[in-house]
Design a protein around this ligand. Structure first.
Ligand code: MF3
Ligand code: CO
Ligand code: CO
Length: 292
């Protein structure tokens, strides 16, 4: 049988211009050992090269700047369309492309999800932010072909204590998920800590909508589930770039998608939901967060 092997003396696939044997050969061997033990391992095409990571880092900086600007101006009385226009213009003025615009037919440049909307809310001039609302703004920027994705919650005026708590605990879920990411750890470690924290507060994790690999395309492998078991799921290796973006419901997990627009996802029970999202890269020693 013929087996294709990368030449040990050829330049490494990562673009380093160093010989494969002194660059990623030991890394590939290590992944192969896990695979022989039956572990699901990432394919080469979702492991980013240093050059790709630098591109995603730059897209992430622009994305963070855009969300910082949203944070500065968002207030009661504003329409979600105004937020969308700000997001669109800032990204475009800085040489980027809003990834959401036209994505599978999505009509706007970001998602604005208020109260019982879990995700994929469509900005509209008829939707006016009011005192007590909690809103998620989800922005994804493409810069020089590289994608970076993040979302934050904003609280408008006087927010009820129980809603405030949901927003805070959801942020803690994200931070705990990030802390659970270790090179040569497992994907299930992330969902495990997120679900544990949410459940301890009496909340429900939305398990059927999750995070995702990103960077070269909007949504890549793996699917990052926000529930899970420790020590299970795909092997996490340096160079993997993905989002963690827990959606946490105050009430039941059940949701439905708006039949008219095909996008807006709401809680079945009408109770609020919160979400925070970062894009991160797994490094040799830990992680680097690429979008805030
Ligand atoms: N930014 C979202 C995510 O976190 C995806 C939005 S897709 C859109 O994956 F089409 F609704 F914009
Ligand atoms: Co997003
Ligand atoms: Co995302």
């Amino acid at each position: 049988m013929f087996k294709l092997k990368i030449n040990r003396n050829a330049p490494c696939w990562c673009g380093s211009e160093i010989k494969y044997k002194s660059c990623h050969m030991a890394f590939d061997d290590k992944i192969a050992r896990f695979k022989r033990e039956g572990v699901i391992v990432p394919s080469h095409d979702i492991i980013k090269t240093p050059e790709q990571i630098e591109g995603i880092r730059k897209a992430g900086k622009l994305n963070t700047m855009v969300l910082d600007k949203v944070a500065e101006v968002i207030k009661e009385g504003m329409s979600t369309l105004e937020i969308d226009t700000l997001v669109h213009d800032l990204i475009v003025e800085n040489g980027g492309v809003p990834a959401c615009l036209g994505y599978q037919g999505f009509p706007k440049s970001c998602c604005t999800s208020i109260n019982d909307v879990i995700c994929h809310g469509i900005p509209s001039e008829d939707e006016i932010l009011k005192d007590g609302d909690i809103i998620n703004v989800d922005v994804t920027t493409i810069l020089d072909g590289y994608y970076a994705d993040a979302s934050r919650m904003f609280m408008i005026g006087n927010v009820k204590e129980e809603d405030r708590k949901l927003v805070e605990v959801t942020k803690e879920c994200l931070e705990l998920g990030v802390k659970a990411v270790k090179p040569w750890g497992r994907l299930g470690d992330i969902g495990y800590v997120i679900d544990k924290h949410a459940t301890e507060h009496g909340y429900q994790v939305v398990a059927d909508i999750g995070g995702h690999g990103t960077g070269v395309e909007f949504h890549e492998d793996p699917y990052v589930c926000h529930i899970g078991e420790e020590g299970t799921g795909m092997l996490l290796v340096p160079g993997m770039v993905f989002t963690i973006e827990p959606m946490i419901n105050m009430g039941e997990e059940d949701f439905y998608t708006d039949e008219e627009n095909g996008w807006t996802v709401r809680t079945e029970d009408g109770k609020p939901s919160a979400q925070w999202e970062y894009t991160l890269v797994v490094t040799e020693t830990g992680i680097e967060i690429l979008t805030y």
